[in-house]
Design a protein around this ligand. Structure first.
Ligand SMILES: Cc1ncc(COP(=O)(O)O)c(C=O)c1O
Length: 379
């Protein structure tokens, strides 16, 4: 630290210079992110609530109200009446709270959780933290979890089954209805990781998927406003079907304005709730349907272009995620794309390039990408 503080002008100029190292969503070249540029109102709302703390709600009842209202909106979207929940730091914390609840409720001696092979890597951290043994179920030929494999993985120690509605790598939706039957039969908790898909699937116009609280066994859902919800980071969401669940995750707070906390993170910025609230109010169902519709159109444009250029898709996209392979080395192609400023993911597990068609990826960006890709592959 400097002995004497610098002027605001100097500090801001230095920050501006450093911020220029960061990539910008507006360039349309970030093709590997499940986050996007926040909605304009999300940014404005965020600034209004910058100093509020949801971890001490007695001091910030306005922010606490916004959090409750956002959770209510999310729960309603996911067909959950009387659900409860919290805005958390992201999908990782949301999944953590769900499995903490399931584990504490079951009280098995050596707790196990049945995960699809395609489950998000956050579950590896969570199993580590909660001392849960992960038992992996295989996938079918469309990369959805195979429910007969899930059933075979269940033992007397199973405390939860997890299904994903929108996998991070391929955007695949597991057969949550089949998992619900299995969970009911074996009387185990079913958690749905819809961190990404939870704010896409309800707005699809050409397909319907049963993945939410409509299904009896679903006890908890992760759904993140900071992904397709266009809210500012950090805004993850965890929704529980039943308020009694909260008893299994509560921690007494010795000196704060609320007697208990139900999230892992203590101090939580109220601006997250304000930004999600502003986006939901401003867009409504119609606005989200339009945004998701545009992303799906661009996804189709991209897949058609890839097929015409003889690239091979790993799977036909269900959501706005495209995964494809090169005729030569896919990893090498991904590296060349990065060198030329196209930020794609390379996924070793499927040996594919993955593109997430977020709202900042417009038709013109997809066309420019296809043109460059064809050139770059030939180099
Ligand atoms: C399906 C899924 N679950 C969980 C997560 C973790 O979310 P976060 O990075 O916000 O913690 C992600 C992140 O992309 C995800 O796609």
């Amino acid at each position: 630290m400097h002995a004497k503080g610098l002027s605001s002008k100097t500090v801001l100029a230095e920050l501006k210079r450093i911020s220029e190292k960061d990539r910008r969503y507006d360039d349309g070249k970030i093709l590997c992110s499940m986050c996007t540029k926040p909605h304009l109102l999300a940014e404005k709302a965020y600034r209004l609530f910058l100093s509020s703390n949801l971890g001490d709600p007695g001091l910030f009842p306005g922010s606490a109200q916004l959090e409750k209202e956002v959770i209510k909106e999310l729960a309603t979207l996911l067909h959950g009446e009387n659900c409860v929940g919290y805005l958390v730091s992201g999908g990782t914390e949301a999944n953590l709270m769900a499995l903490l609840a399931a584990r504490n409720m079951a009280r098995a001696s050596q707790s196990e959780v049945v995960l699809p092979e395609s489950a998000h890597f956050s579950f590896t951290k969570i199993c580590n933290l909660l001392n849960l043994k992960p038992v992996y179920a295989g996938l079918d030929s469309s990369f959805r979890v195979d429910s007969s494999s899930v059933e075979k993985c269940i033992s007397k120690n199973t405390v939860a089954i997890v299904g994903t509605a929108g996998t991070a790598e391929l955007g695949v939706i597991d057969p949550i209805d089949e998992l619900s039957h299995i969970a009911l039969e074996h009387n185990v908790w079913l958690h749905v990781d819809a961190a990404f898909g939870g704010l896409v699937i309800p707005f699809l116009t050409n397909a319907k998927y049963n993945f939410d609280f409509n299904l009896e066994a679903v006890k908890s859902i992760t759904v993140d406003p900071h992904k397709m919800g266009m809210a500012a980071i950090p805004a993850g969401g965890i929704i529980f079907r039943d308020s009694k669940t909260l008893d299994f995750i509560k921690t007494e707070t010795p000196y704060l304005t609320d007697e208990f906390q139900y999230t892992f993170v203590g101090t939580r910025i109220g601006a997250s709730a304000a930004s999600a609230w502003a986006v939901f109010k401003s867009l409504g169902m119609g606005g989200f349907t339009k945004i998701v519709g545009n992303c799906m159109k661009t996804t189709r444009l991209l897949t058609d272009g890839l097929k015409n250029a003889s690239f091979k898709l790993v799977v036909e996209p269900t959501l706005n995620i495209v995964a494809f392979r090169s005729r030569q080395s896919t990893k090498h192609l991904a590296e060349k794309l990065w060198e030329r400023g196209w930020f794609v993911s390379y996924v070793p597990r499927y040996d594919c390039i993955r593109i997430v068609v977020m709202p900042h990826v417009k038709k013109r960006h997809a066309l420019a990408f296809l043109k460059d890709l064809i050139k770059i592959e030939k180099l």
